[in-house]
Design a protein around this ligand. Structure first.
Ligand SMILES: [Zn+2]
Ligand SMILES: [Zn+2]
Length: 105
């Protein structure tokens, strides 16, 4: 499943374009937009792929931290879950916890 960042409508994993507004999901899916934002943010040092609790083996295999430029594209190719790939990206920030405040990526 992919969510369009423009209209918030879900499209199947294999859709190239949003079923609702025809946006290019390689560029405008929620995960693609998130990854783009993390890449543009110098405080984000790496990107972690996070999976749902009941994710399929393919997704579990992809669950790790990647250099920003090498993060796997979501949805994962070969995902076998009936609802499709629900993986998402999490930013890995530089050590800011020492400062005693939580910062948004
Ligand atoms: Zn859309
Ligand atoms: Zn999967």
């Amino acid at each position: 499943m992919q969510t369009c960042s423009k209209c918030n409508i879900s499209s199947p994993d294999n859709a190239q374009n949003c079923v609702h507004c025809d946006a290019d999901l390689r560029e405008y899916s929620a995960t693609a937009v998130a990854l783009e934002r993390f890449r543009a943010n110098p405080r984000v040092k790496a990107v972690r792929v996070t999976v749902a609790d009941d994710a399929c083996p393919v997704c579990y295999g992809a669950m790790k931290t990647y250099p920003k430029d090498e993060a796997l594209r979501l949805p994962l190719e070969g995902c076998s879950h009936e609802h499709g790939c629900r993986c998402f990206y999490e930013p890995v920030l530089e050590e800011t916890a020492i400062m005693g405040k939580v910062e948004q990526a």
